[in-house]
Write a protein that binds this ligand. Structure first.
Ligand SMILES: Cc1ncc(COP(=O)(O)O)c(C=O)c1O
Length: 390
């Protein structure tokens, strides 16, 4: 049966004016055949957000709630977020330990600055979310890339490589994204426990980026890293947001979850600046999403699952497709094509499909595609890519 999202055409998306459908870095916005480009590079969904979210933003406007954040709104967000995490992920978090930030990037900066010794390097499994490659450097920290292991058709954390990288570099922080962008991995409790053993061995900490937590498939449960053991809770700062699952990254509201007394005390003392730019309408909208947006999200997850099936059933000759376990991002391994240019450049020109080039994620030869679009648009993108290869 057709879903209302099926009716969203590329023209509708272009008219929406988003970065994904306008800022594609190609001067005239067409491919070699003169076809308009299809945007598949930004990690956001082309679907309109949940009514409860839109209603919350409208209510903010109606009541002129554009002032600074009130404590009551922060408390309400924390309660809604805690209830959602307890209900969906089985981790009961004290709402007092959930603090607002504008976004996950800000949480990472605050974690590096306030929770790691000055000047120490940061470990980053590769491939990774693009800005993570450069943020440590901007803070005067070395970013130590640790290639993930290629398991059959997928990726895994390379624990030995992480162990060696900690020893070699003296890093005191591991950036652990789960569900993982861009590989789509949803790490198991066993994998996370193995990470804890390595991190503990080096007296290090974890920044657990769980922004994609609500987006898992095939009955897989997201396991919050800090929930896996007392040791993990004691060395972790978790960051999340309603922004990926309910499609509201421009509303600038994320959450930091603190899982031990010492970190909560440090945040109380030093977290002020990180919290300061959080947007009031974003807090109100995120509260509505966590509290009343579950049915909308379940429908979106079912639709995204259909897009995963389409990806799985649309093999691209010579390209390895990694169907995501979570997130709406998929990794395409084009290293076997023998192209003499970055694969994303080839597909932008020849197929008019704008992808994230793997090199930007620290995974040259690969590409990241965003699946969260209308299924007919995804079908067209995959058909164009296949035709370009033929
Ligand atoms: C894994 C991951 N972390 C962080 C971010 C950035 O989130 P924010 O906009 O909250 O900084 C993204 C955005 O795509 C992401 O995929």
């Amino acid at each position: 049966m057709a879903h209302p999202f099926d009716a969203l055409t590329a023209d509708v998306m272009r008219a929406g004016g988003s970065w994904k459908w306008s800022g594609q870095g190609v001067a005239d916005g067409t491919d070699r055949h003169g076809r308009p480009l299809l945007g598949a590079f930004v990690a956001e969904m082309d679907f309109p957000t949940a009514d409860v979210v839109a209603d919350a933003v409208r209510a903010s406007a109606d009541a002129s709630r554009f002032g600074y954040l009130a404590d009551a709104w922060v408390a309400d967000l924390a309660e809604a977020c805690a209830a959602y995490w307890t209900d969906r992920f089985g981790w009961s978090v004290d709402p007092e330990r959930i603090r607002p930030v504008p976004d996950v990037m800000t949480a990472l900066v605050a974690t590096i600055e306030h929770y790691t010794p000055s000047g120490t390097p940061v470990l980053l499994p590769m491939p990774a979310y693009m800005p993570f490659l450069t943020v440590p450097g901007r803070l005067g920290r070395e970013m130590v890339p640790v290639p993930m292991a290629r398991a059959t058709g997928s990726f895994a954390l390379d624990l030995d490589a992480l162990d060696a990288a900690f020893s070699r570099s003296g890093a005191r922080l591991l950036v652990l994204t789960n569900p993982h962008n861009p590989t789509g991995r949803v790490f198991t409790a066993e994998e996370l426990a193995a990470v804890t053993a390595v991190v503990e061995r080096h007296g290090a900490r974890v920044f657990a980026d769980e922004i994609h937590a609500p987006l898992t498939f095939d009955g897989r449960a997201h396991v919050p890293y800090a929930s896996t053991s007392a040791a993990a809770a004691a060395h972790t700062v978790t960051a999340t947001s309603a922004s990926k699952a309910w499609n509201l990254p421009g509303l600038k509201c994320g959450q930091v979850i603190l899982s031990n007394d010492a970190d909560a005390a440090t945040w109380a003392e030093r977290g002020y600046l990180a919290e300061h730019s959080t947007a009031t309408p974003g807090v109100l909208a995120s509260t509505a999403a966590y509290r009343d947006g579950k049915a909308w999200l379940d429908d979106v997850l079912a639709y995204l699952d259909g897009n995963r099936a389409l990806l799985r059933d649309s093999p691209l000759p010579g390209v390895g497709t990694v169907v995501p376990e979570g997130t709406y991002l998929a990794w395409l391994d084009a290293s076997g094509l023998g192209l003499d240019e970055p694969p994303a450049a080839f597909f932008a020109r020849e197929a008019g499909v704008v992808l994230t080039d793997g090199a930007r994620c620290g995974g040259p030869g690969g590409m990241r595609i965003t699946l969260a679009t209308a299924r007919p648009v995804l079908a067209e993108a995959l058909e164009r890519m296949a035709a370009a290869l033929h």
